[in-house]
Design a protein around this ligand. Structure first.
Ligand code: PLP
Length: 401
């Protein structure tokens, strides 16, 4: 029996089956490559669903973790933590925000954002003001509040009742948003580019107009940059490309270059409504994770990774456009930087499986959209290799001309 099969059998006994997993047992990673338990290597264009922004085991992140692990692993938020303070300073110096709350995941960061929006709005405008408008096809996490916020029925099925106080509008539809705002609305929460919903880029001017609506009605604008923040779109934050800053922004995934961390950033006047005792997280802002995040973010900005993301993103997009011209079942290529989607008229699940067998990891979202999220350090050679595998895989589809 292969080592892979042995692990899969053992997983079947004692690991909950909450994920539809592929038959791959990952044991090692370096840069854009991942190795399985039997020594087979893969080009990783999933990158932990945008977590491994700097690739696997970036030496600077590993060094920061090693150094901090020998000094202080954990310390309660009863006390101040230098690494947490330095990371907060770094994030605020490079964004619209004045203050940061640290946690451990994207869902937790969004929970914090929803709590902040409610607390500020109820204190400022009264108890009736607690509704958050989110977008259809959004994804905000798997906790009860964040599945309530998520504009996709499938994540909510079986978990009723939902948390009250959410309304959904089509992403990119300004009239729908305008018509949905009411006296109970406290915030609008959007992904600047939708990831799980199929790599959906809003129409030009949409976010600008949303900002104006929020200002006109005194609503908080919350950006969920859990997937598209931290360099993924080619700028440090996705919102920079629209020139429209939010009031609150959530981060997670690539923030620490692999280890788990989440953050909720806010302007001072809103942040101050979460005073002592109102919110917390045991592990949030822990010294180990904050030192990894500081190393990861400094590397992203100081080592030319953002430049590479923009150049590699344009290169990969061109290659995907070549494939679109070749295969009639490819409808559209879209995205920003290195979050790219290829919408097809056929189901993508089999293509993902076939590509994996050929040594390329990609992902399919909403059934028909292949999503490409390579590490932001990906090279042209690696893109060429990946596109060679994808081309072969597409050519073998029954629908191929
Ligand atoms: C935009 C967005 N928000 C929130 C989340 C949830 O993050 P986590 O799985 O870390 O809770 C995700 C995860 O894919 C996401 O893409």
């Amino acid at each position: 029996m292969s080592l892979t099969q042995n692990w899969i059998d053992r997983a079947g006994q004692h690991v909950m089956k909450t994920y539809g997993r592929f038959p791959l047992v990952a044991v090692r990673g370096e840069g854009c490559r991942l190795w399985d338990a039997d020594g087979k290597s893969y080009l990783d264009f999933v990158a932990g669903v945008a977590v491994n922004g700097l690739g696997h085991c970036h030496p600077k992140v590993v060094a920061a973790l090693r150094e901090q692990a020998g000094k202080l692993l954990h310390c309660s938020n009863f006390y101040h933590i230098p690494q947490q303070i330095e990371l907060a300073e770094w994030l605020c110096a490079r964004s619209f925000a004045d203050q940061v709350f640290f946690c451990n995941s994207g869902a937790e960061a969004n929970e914090a954002a929803i709590k902040l929006a409610r607390k500020y709005s109820q204190e400022t405008f009264g108890e009736q003001r607690f509704e958050v408008i989110t977008a259809l096809a959004s994804f905000h996490g798997r906790t009860l509040a964040t599945i309530s916020a998520t504009g996709q029925e499938k994540v909510r099925a079986g978990f009723a009742p939902m948390l009250p106080g959410f309304r959904y509008v089509p992403f990119g539809d300004l009239d729908a948003l305008r018509a949905t705002i009411n006296t109970g609305t406290c915030a609008v929460m959007l992904e600047p580019v939708q990831g799980e919903g199929g790599v959906n880029v809003p129409p030009p001017g949409y976010l600008q107009a949303v900002r104006q609506l929020c200002d006109a009605h005194g609503l908080l604008l919350i950006y969920d940059e859990v997937q598209v923040g931290c360099g993924r779109t080619g700028s440090l934050w996705a919102y920079e490309q629209e020139g429209v800053a939010p009031d609150v922004m959530t981060l997670a995934k690539a923030l620490a270059g692999g280890p788990p961390i989440g953050a909720m950033l806010a302007r001072r006047q809103y942040a101050e409504s979460l005073g002592p005792g109102t919110h917390g997280s045991t592990f949030g802002g822990n010294p180990l994770l904050c030192s990894a995040a500081l190393a990861a973010m400094q590397t992203l900005v100081d080592d030319g990774v953002l430049d590479n993301c923009r150049a590699a993103g344009a290169y990969l997009r061109n290659k995907l456009e070549d494939l679109r011209r070749k295969y009639p079942f490819i409808r559209e290529v879209r995205g920003r930087g290195l979050i790219l989607g290829m919408e097809m008229t056929i189901d993508g699940a089999d293509i993902v499986k076939q590509a994996m067998q050929r040594g390329l990891l990609i992902n399919c979202t909403v059934g028909k959209v292949l999503r490409f999220l390579p590490p932001l350090i990906v090279s042209r050679e690696e893109i060429d290799e990946a596109m060679g595998i994808l081309d072969e895989t597409l050519a073998s589809c029954p629908e191929s001309p």
